[in-house]
Design a protein around this ligand. Structure first.
Ligand code: DHB
Ligand code: FE
Length: 283
């Protein structure tokens, strides 16, 4: 049977991917950010997943204002990198696991979470940057070390889903993974955050105390974390801090008790805080 072995929380700041793509990670600005990923890359090699269930948001790349699904599940054989701004990153095409995607779609929808099914979808920095953070540089004509099932969450157009809804969806995803009949090491990533606001008067807002408490709650009190309101994210962490609701999908899928094996928090990268945590899911 498939086993959910770990959860990873991870910012997906596009400039992190660009720093890797441009080969400037040794510059003093970037060194402290990347130092915190060294453990993670070794840990990924030691714990090699077969599939990553990757929760992220699209930033007007695959979807524009004409269509905004709240939860969109990737069911494709492959997903091509794309991005606005700097354009598509020179990273490998992301390969899917269609049979697992179909199983999750059936299990989760019959469990009364109405997902949008994406048989074609491009993936932006929200997905490719966490992959690069965790796996390091991989040549474009090479393969990522594992398959990916993407779940794209709307956090761009109000109203995004609540933290609680995301947490409960995580539980449904866990039931789906637990009932999948192939022996697979599955990990789940929740991406986005931490505190950030990219525009208007409060652009550049960082609330490190709040972010660190959020990381504590991810490990120790995920139910309380899932009850954080949209207003609190907005007030305390800036307009794009709402991306953190996606971490609750990851945490909801894990056991109540987990082992935090790594944490990294660094300011700044671009205009934002970088937050990262690895939670092992032991029986
Ligand atoms: C930026 C964009 C993001 O999507 C994000 O999550 C963090 C930072 C940026 O443009 O700097
Ligand atoms: Fe983002």
């Amino acid at each position: 049977m498939a086993q959910l072995t770990a959860g990873v929380g991870c910012s997906h700041v596009p400039a992190i991917g660009i720093a890797m793509d441009q080969g400037i990670t040794e510059q003093p600005y970037w060194v402290p950010a990347f130092e915190g990923f060294e453990f993670s890359r070794k840990w990924m090699k030691d714990n090699k997943p077969d599939v990553i269930f990757l929760v992220y948001n699209d930033h007007c790349t695959a979807f524009d204002a004409s269509c905004i699904p709240t939860f969109a599940l990737g069911c494709a054989a492959e997903y091509h990198p794309a991005d606005e701004g700097w354009g598509p990153r020179p990273v490998p095409v992301v390969k899917g696991h269609q049979r697992l995607s179909s199983h999750i779609a059936q299990s989760v929808i019959l469990d009364e979470f109405d997902l949008t099914i994406m048989n074609e979808m491009e993936v932006d920095h929200g997905l490719t940057v966490p992959m690069s953070i965790m796996f390091g540089e991989i040549a474009q004509d090479d393969d990522w070390p594992c398959l990916v099932v993407p779940l794209c969450v709307n956090v761009v157009q109000y109203p995004p889903p609540t933290g609680n809804r995301c947490f409960q969806l995580g539980k449904a995803i866990r039931r789906a993974i637990d009932s999948y009949d192939e022996d697979l090491n599955v990990m789940i990533f929740g991406t986005g955050g931490m505190s950030h606001q990219l525009q208007a008067e409060r652009a550049g807002l960082i609330n490190a105390d709040w972010d660190k408490r959020f990381l504590d709650m991810m490990t120790e009190d995920p139910i309380a974390a899932s009850q954080i309101t949209h207003e609190e994210y907005l007030r305390e962490t800036g307009s794009e801090g709402i991306e953190m609701v996606m971490w609750h999908v990851m945490r909801g899928a894990l056991n109540d008790k987990v082992t935090e094996v790594h944490r990294h928090y660094h300011v700044p990268a671009s205009n934002t805080a970088v937050g990262h945590i690895i939670l092992e899911n032991h029986e």
